[in-house]
Design a protein around this ligand. Structure first.
Ligand SMILES: [Zn+2]
Length: 343
């Protein structure tokens, strides 16, 4: 993904969904096809400038338990809005969180133009302070039906793209609940991330849930009805066997440094930041509203992305566990930087 000849491939290929602006570590290129936000992709961080973070290990077996959640979710079938699998998955998310004693909130609405009903689900784990850090994912899978090109219509499992991050948040919930911390942690499961068109088309028909959540947050904040979201950590496709989380260049630079430092502290640096490219995703509506955000996404070079091969066979509990380590290691520093506001 580093040569100019790859740019054409990316424009044709990656622009199909999570829109990708392209910047390589050697030479940054301005946002191109698929860039949806008002700001530009940032420059890659200096990987030599590592913060001395203390590794926080995920509990033993967490990755394998997350993989079992993925298996269950995929058994529900396709999970785009309106499908039986989508309904069952929403129930599963809510039931799993409620079983931990957490209060689940839902926001269901019908998009008037699309005539599709979406549901965002979330829960809040109170900290010493009311300021919030959001851990988020999307729960919908891409609809692979009704597209003009027959090659785009097939049975899509969405084990990684959809399933992995939902599963990981469900497994992080009890860990976070058992930990005293400064920030309030929200776990948010957005609906409607995937583009209704086959192509990403500047997110014109995508990011429904995150756009709505971010807009509602701004309104409630102005009315004093809820505490500020100080930072957002987004997970998207975090369970592939050959996991590689790119450095996503729309993400806030300081959060990218914290993410990289956490990966180094945990001994997982080989899974992170070998490529640096921007990707439009659920974090963008938050960035657009001035909320710092970082996207942990395995898009560049992912051979199963939006393919029939995005199945449980190509998933690994080890990958899920490594991402859990890194997220848990990031959190104290994210709190320090964005909630306690220490330099
Ligand atoms: Zn997708």
């Amino acid at each position: 993904m580093r040569t100019s000849s790859m740019l054409g491939f990316l424009a044709a290929g990656l622009a199909a969904c999570i829109g990708a602006a392209i910047a390589t570590r050697q030479a940054a290129t301005p946002p191109g096809a698929g860039a949806t936000n008002q700001h530009e992709a940032g420059r890659p961080i200096d990987q030599r400038a590592v913060l001395p973070l203390t590794p926080v290990r995920a509990p033993e077996g967490l990755g394998d338990r997350a993989l079992e959640h993925v298996r269950t979710l995929t058994e529900f079938g396709q999970r785009h809005p309106g499908t039986p699998g989508w309904t069952r998955q929403l129930e599963y998310i809510a039931n799993t969180l409620q079983a931990l004693g957490l209060t689940v909130q839902r926001d269901t609405w019908t998009d008037r133009k699309e005539r599709i009903t979406f549901t965002n689900v979330w829960t809040s784990i109170p900290g010493r302070r009311k300021e919030r850090i959001v851990l988020a994912c999307h729960h919908d899978t891409k609809c692979m039906q009704g597209h003009p090109d027959p090659a785009h219509n097939f049975h899509f499992v969405g084990a990684n793209d959809g399933g992995s991050a939902v599963a990981l948040l469900l497994e992080l919930a009890p860990v976070l609940r058992a930990t005293e911390r400064d920030a309030t942690i929200d776990l948010v499961f957005f609906d409607g991330e995937e583009s209704l068109d086959w192509a990403w088309n500047d997110a014109a028909r995508a990011l429904f849930g995150s756009k709505r959540f971010a807009t509602q947050h701004r309104e409630k904040l102005l009315l004093g009805e809820e505490a500020r979201i100080e930072a957002l950590i987004l997970l998207d496709m975090v369970g592939r066997t050959d996991l590689h989380i790119q450095e996503e260049l729309y993400s806030t630079s300081r959060l990218r440094t914290i993410l990289w430092s956490a990966a180094v502290a945990c001994g997982h640096r080989e899974l992170f930041f070998r490529t640096a490219e921007a990707a439009s995703d659920d974090h963008v509506p938050f960035l657009d509203r001035g909320i710092p955000a970082v996207d942990l996404i395995d898009l560049v070079g992912n051979p199963h992305w939006h393919k029939a091969t995005d199945t449980i066979d190509n998933m690994s509990g080890k990958s899920l566990h490594a991402v859990a380590d890194v997220v848990l290691t990031m959190l104290p520093e994210v709190e320090r930087a964005y909630v306690l506001r220490k330099e």
